[in-house]
Design a protein around this ligand. Sequence first.
Ligand code: ASP
Length: 439
Amino acid sequence: MKKVVKFGGSSLASAEQFKKVKNIIDADESRVYVVPSAPGKRFSDDTKVTDMLLHVYKTASEGKDIDEEIKAIKARYDEIITGLELKDFSLDEDFEIIKKNLKEEPEVDYAASRGEYLNGKIMAAYLGIQFIDAAEVIFFNEEGNLNDYKTEKTLSAKLKQYDRAVVPGFYGMGKNGKVKTFSRGGSDVTGSIVARASKADVYENWTDVSGFLVADPRIVDSPKAIKFITYRELRELSYMGASVLHEDAIFPVRRAGIPINIRNTNKPEDEGTWIVESTCQKQDYVVTGIAGKKDFCTVFITKAMMNSEIGFGRKVLQAFEENSISFEHMPSGIDTMTIVVHADEFIHKEQSVISAIHRLAEPDSVEIESGLALIAVVGRGMKSASGTAGKLCTALAKKDINIKMIDQGSSELNIIVGVNNKDFDTAIKAIYEVFIEKK
Ligand code: ASP
């Protein structure tokens, strides 16, 4: 049995947290490869080290002095080093190099990545195991995406040399030979890549919550935790705004069939959530999770005899493509078609899209509306349950919520409902109540 364990920023924000992490690692000898984030917040209005580093970059690129800011970051690490009583260990030299590099040639990704790099060094010293610099084993291609082939080959060969090691999260090497990071929260992706390259049995992702919750706790009071969720369900939910894990963290392990176990560093006894390819585990509820996002726009197009006009849909979509706008959903009627898009992508291009639709598809009318919220009700159990959509609509009707759109794909994995932005919270609460509380 081999496990890769990734620890998030709040799990590594102080010496106290580092000690918890060591206890977790020591409690299971199969926890052999460790992927740390940078120190996160120690209290709610604290600043994450990554954000401090991004600020240093900004200061340096404006040509201003960075000494004080670097000192403040160093103090964060020194506090951890002292708290862990790491006697013969120091990051003094690393800080000198970082300061010099940032002064001479400030690079945003290099600056941001140093949080994980330095934390990885502390972690390796504290655990007494090998440190592997992610810039030597994780590679990006020219487009800035992960170079899967080269990474897998190099990383797996490197990991074979060490029974145990620390690989800092969040960054790798860009095609131009400079350090490059994933998007924010990207240490999750590193963990997934390390799990695949080491052929791990489990990818444990340790954070500060005991797994995924059925709904957003800011909307629903103490929502239930999800025990098992499939990769596909998770993808739907995280796309719709549920966040615990970086979206791109699913792909590497998914392809290798490695399950992810989300765990809580502050409550290691909790089982957390298992993210799996497929499972026979009996589900407590038909619905696995509920998530949503506000601020979509709809573009409503009518044209007499649209239904029999071959190529009409393609022409309409071309208008969006020409403006580099991706669409979310496309419910249609006999002579009508609606395209749902993200407001922030669409608003500043709306007139250009409308004129393109007129030019390309010659519709009778095009109307746009904003303020739509989409809610995804996701569950693999829907496939074998009847009446899910009925229950959902009734729950919303009882709260006087008008459904502006409803969409169920033939995968039967999710139902998407569109409601007014103002009804968003009430709708989520109503859906939670009917499927979870009153099951
Ligand atoms: N430290 C980075 C961030 O704050 C990456 C991570 O924690 O995963 O986004």
